[in-house]
Structure formats: C-alpha cells, structure tokens
Design a protein around this ligand. Structure first.
Ligand code: NCD
Length: 327
C-alpha cells in the first residue's frame, strides 16, 4: 500500500498521526502491541515512564471534548511530557487570530507535539504542512473526516475482547454520514482484514456509494445485526445536520436505537461499543449501554494506553519491544 507522504518522513518513519487511510497494517499492529505494554503500566502504583521527559505537548481543541482531551492529557503526563491545554474560545483565536498564527506562536514556545481537534475537515493536515521538521501533529478529530486515535482505541478494545479480526463480523450503526469516527473505523477494520464490515442506518444518514469503502450497507437494523460479533454505535450528530434527516427522535429510536430486543439478533457474546458522548434513549437504551455486553467504559480506559503508544511511536520512534523494557 502506498504510504501517505504527509504522515511519514523521508526515512519512512511515522511523523504525524492524521488518518488511518493508507496506513500500513504493520503500523497499526505496532501501535496495538505497544499499547498492550502500556496497559499494565496504568495498573501500577507509579504510572509514569520517562519516554517524553522534557517534551512539550499542546492540546489544541477548537471543538469541545471530555474523553479525548482528558485521555490525551493523562497519556502525555504518564510519558513524563509537560502538557498545556489551550481553549481557543478563551484565547487569541477569539480575537481574530488565524489558526496558523496561533500555531506559529505556540511553536515559538518550543512545542514538540500538537494534538488538534477542529470542526473543519483537514485542519490537522493544514497545520502539519506548516510546522517545522521536528514538530509532530496528532489529529484528534477533524470535521466529518477522521478521528484516527478513536479508531485505534476501538481496534485495541475489539482485539482484547474478541481476538483476531479475520474471524469478526462488525456492524457500525447510526449517523455514518456525519461521523469521522465511522470513516476511521471502516479504514482500520478493512486494513486489519475483518471478515465483514456492515453499516446500518436510514438511507438519509448513509454516504452515497458507501459500498466503495468495502462495507455492506443495511437499512433494516435487525437484518444488519444478525450474527455480528461487534456492534459499534454512533452518536446522532445533530450539530452537523442541516435539514431534517430523521423523521422524529422517537421514530429513530424505534428503528435504529439499540435495545436488548435488537441486540439479541447479534451473537450472544457480542460486544457493544460507543465512542461517547452517548444519547441515552435516542441511539442506545440504558439497559444495553450499562449491560453485560457493553465495553463502553473499557474503551475510555484503553484510550490512555493507545494514545501513549501513538505519542511514543511518532516522537520517540519507540518500537513495542523498547516500550516494554521501559522502567
Ligand atoms: C466522537 C467525536 O468527537 O468525534 N467522540 C469522541 O471523540 N469520543 C464522537 C462524537 O462526537 O459523536
């Protein structure tokens, strides 16, 4: 597979983490293996390694976030980096400064890594194209385009609970049209060789020609859930909807909300995932969200180890074995 020149440096090393699309399978596996070694560390009394000591990480979140921003902060701190959180609505951006000027000023303070979330697709790419060579960028969600670290933590969670991807049938359910999470999950699952990837949604919430991404579309939820090993629910992105794409919230829940009755169409040991924030009673029923098949909170915990792995790999070039040896 052709390597994305924007993510790799001239020596073929991963420099930025912007998208899963085009990422070699081995790179994805290296991240998962490295994260595995950081999981044990999170359970130790002293949850720190010195891999990024002396490095400065800036969390630049132009869109709101709880899980992603916090887990990036914890991950960077566990690697011994110094972390600054910038809230652009309280900073100079609110006074009219451009995105690139904000970044240039923070770069002048010797930032080593920017973790960027932005409502515009391509924002992290724009920044990656303008920073100097030693600076790294991680995309923490850009518009509808990509959310690659969410996809990685979800792949990690799936592998831990269900084993090899080749045996797995996965259904992604809900607002696929507006979801950067869905796009990144689809690229990750197809690269890892999942047996089948399905998307389930009303026609109005499916991108046109979605089959071209290598997935099987379903508009009937019960048919789509039949015999799946993994259900990935998506939030209805009402803030990104311009027209009326769903008939009513009640009808959406009746047709596409995950209830115990619908979950029973999947395999009995199916795992249920949601990237959060979830709308209980709209896309998922509390009985399922809090039920025995749910891995929604483990997803959050795993996000720390996976984000540590990604930061360690792009900044230190740390292969899995070296991370495992870290004190
Ligand atoms: C997702 C996001 O922001 O893209 N959430 C997350 O990062 N945990 C999904 C969403 O907002 O629906």
């Amino acid at each position: 597979m052709k390597q994305d020149g924007r993510q790799f440096d001239s020596h073929g090393r991963l420099r930025h983490f912007l998208t899963i699309e085009g990422l070699p399978r081995q790179t994805i596996l290296d991240i998962l293996d490295t994260a595995e070694s950081f999981i044990a560390m999170g359970e130790r009394e002293i949850k720190k390694v010195p891999l990024l000591r002396g490095k400065t990480v800036v969390n630049l979140f132009f869109e709101s976030s709880t899980r992603t921003r916090t887990t990036f902060e914890i991950a960077a701190k566990r690697l011994s980096a110094d972390v600054i959180n910038i809230n652009p609505s309280l900073s100079s951006t609110a006074k009219g400064e451009t995105l690139l000027d904000t970044v240039r000023n923070l770069e002048a303070m010797h930032t080593d890594l920017f973790v960027v979330r932005h409502a515009s697709s391509g924002a992290a790419y724009l920044i990656a194209g303008h920073v100097s060579e030693h600076v790294h960028i991680i995309n923490a969600g850009d518009g509808r385009h990509a959310h690659p670290t969410q996809a990685m933590l979800d792949m990690f969670t799936i592998r831990r609970h269900k084993g090899p991807f080749e045996n797995l049938r996965v259904a992604i359910v809900g607002d696929v049209l507006h979801s950067r999470v869905a796009r990144s999950e689809i690229h990750a699952l197809t690269t890892l060789g999942a047996a089948e990837v399905r998307v389930i949604a009303p026609k109005t919430l499916l991108p046109t020609a979605v089959e071209k991404l290598g997935v099987h579309p379903f508009t009937d939820m019960r048919a789509g859930l039949a015999d799946v090993d993994v259900i990935m629910m998506l939030r209805l992105q009402r803030e990104r909807m311009t027209g009326a794409l769903i008939p009513s919230e009640q009808e959406y829940f009746n047709l596409y909300g995950l209830t115990a009755e619908k979950r029973a169409y999947a395999k009995p040991d199916v795992i249920v995932m949601h990237p959060g924030p979830m709308n209980r009673g709209l896309e998922i029923d509390s009985a399922v969200a809090d039920g025995p098949n749910s891995v929604i909170l483990p997803q959050v915990t795993n996000g720390i180890a996976v984000r540590m792995a990604i930061m360690a790999l792009i900044m230190g070039g740390t292969p899995a074995a070296e991370a495992r040896r870290a004190p």
